[in-house]
Unconditional design. Structure first.
Length: 387
């Protein structure tokens, strides 16, 4: 692989044994340094005396620090999770709902952004309102049109998994703030491929997986909830390791009681010293931060530009945004003019060791920092010879 002109080299990843991985929207590749960190963590478990209390306690501390630096918020505001769904269900469970409250979602969004609220509707009498966008994502005027005095929360995705369109979260967030609505954004298909500063973004809660564009292991993720929003939550958990320390267990007399004032860590997933996953996740996040998300964004967008400008429009239709700008993501959906050929082309790409996704009858490429122009050119060449 070669690097994109004007961008950084692509160090730190395997050579993929001659395969081209263009499906980061499904799984990101684990950096070699993160794989080595995982091996270290496994060694701690194979020789348990190596799993010292300092290492055990340090796992969540270091991961919070890495994630906080990534999105520019204090480490103590990060909630450790194992998925995006964890953060969404946390908000759904802890928010002080009243019967008749409304939650706004987008029709056709990824299921994780809809299902928690449907369960609330079933159990607690809230009302889920599905916005049917005229395009592929909700536009500001469409959000404004459905807001009522009972609207409490709007949840949507930053980059739509089924189209590659990005929302204008600044405009959507401004409307939510104007009406006192809590704005929840799922960044799973964006963070790592584009930068985010949560200290200034008009977002009340941000959730993300860690195994796509952040290149962490599967079963990782995090949430951030604006402190003034989080302070309105009901306590829903009492994880002993958040309430006490392992050192407390050595006391002759141990008082077991609830503690208040724990901040964001009161809402962490259980097992925060999950060293098999969280140690390599920390390393992956640190590597992306060291590269710089702005640089990664520019690199990834150069790859997208190469693809959308190079694909033969007489043979294929690109349905994702093609013009550079905030609405274009790193997810590119395309289809052969004869849609019946898409499945066969997808399978032919796989045989050629080029890995893309097949979604909704179309194909999707999702390049990231370990891809290069040569990967795109080889993919285009294959696409133009499969017809």
């Amino acid at each position: 692989m070669t690097s994109v002109a004007g961008s950084f080299p692509l160090p730190g990843f395997g050579d993929f044994a001659g395969h081209i991985w263009l499906n980061t929207a499904h799984q990101g590749a684990l950096p070699l340094a993160a794989a080595e960190a995982a091996r270290d963590a496994i060694a701690w478990k194979t020789m348990p005396f190596e799993l010292t209390q300092m290492r055990f306690d340090g796992v969540p501390i270091r991961l919070r620090t890495a994630l906080g630096q990534l999105v520019n918020v204090p480490a103590e505001e990060i909630i450790l999770a194992n998925s995006a769904s964890y953060g969404l269900h946390l908000i759904a469970s802890a928010y002080p709902w009243s019967e008749g409250d409304e939650v706004l979602v987008m029709h056709g969004d990824f299921p994780s952004d809809i299902l928690p609220w449907l369960r609330l509707e079933q159990l607690h009498g809230i009302k889920v309102v599905r916005i049917h966008p005229r395009g592929r994502v909700v536009e500001p005027d469409e959000l404004r049109a459905v807001v009522t005095p009972r609207t409490r929360l709007f949840c949507t995705t930053w980059v739509h998994s089924f189209s590659g369109f990005a929302v204008d979260f600044d405009a959507l967030g401004a409307i939510c703030r104007e009406h006192g609505i809590l704005f929840v954004l799922n960044g799973s298909q964006a963070l790592g491929a584009r930068p985010l500063d949560l200290s200034v973004a008009p977002i009340d809660a941000f959730i993300s997986v860690g195994f796509k564009w952040l290149c962490g292991p599967y079963g990782t993720g995090f949430a951030w909830i604006r402190p003034e929003f989080r302070q309105r939550f009901r306590p829903i958990k009492a994880y002993w390791l958040a309430m006490q320390t392992a050192e407390d267990l050595g006391n002759e007399v141990m008082e077991v009681q609830l503690r208040e004032g724990l901040g964001a860590r009161a809402y962490d997933v259980f097992g925060t010293a999950n060293f098999f996953n969280f140690v390599p996740f920390e390393t992956a996040v640190e590597q992306l931060t060291a590269f710089g998300l702005e640089r990664i964004h520019d690199h990834d967008q150069a790859l997208v530009t190469r693809f959308v400008e190079g694909i033969d429009r007489k043979l294929y239709t690109v349905t994702s945004p093609t013009d550079p700008g905030p609405r274009r993501s790193t997810l590119v959906f395309f289809s052969h003019k004869d849609k019946d050929k898409n499945r066969a082309i997808f399978e032919a790409l796989a045989r050629a060791r080029i890995h893309v996704a097949f979604r909704g009858g179309s194909m999707r490429v999702a390049p990231h920092l370990y891809n290069a122009l040569d990967d795109i050119d080889r993919t285009l060449n294959a696409l133009h010879h499969f017809v």
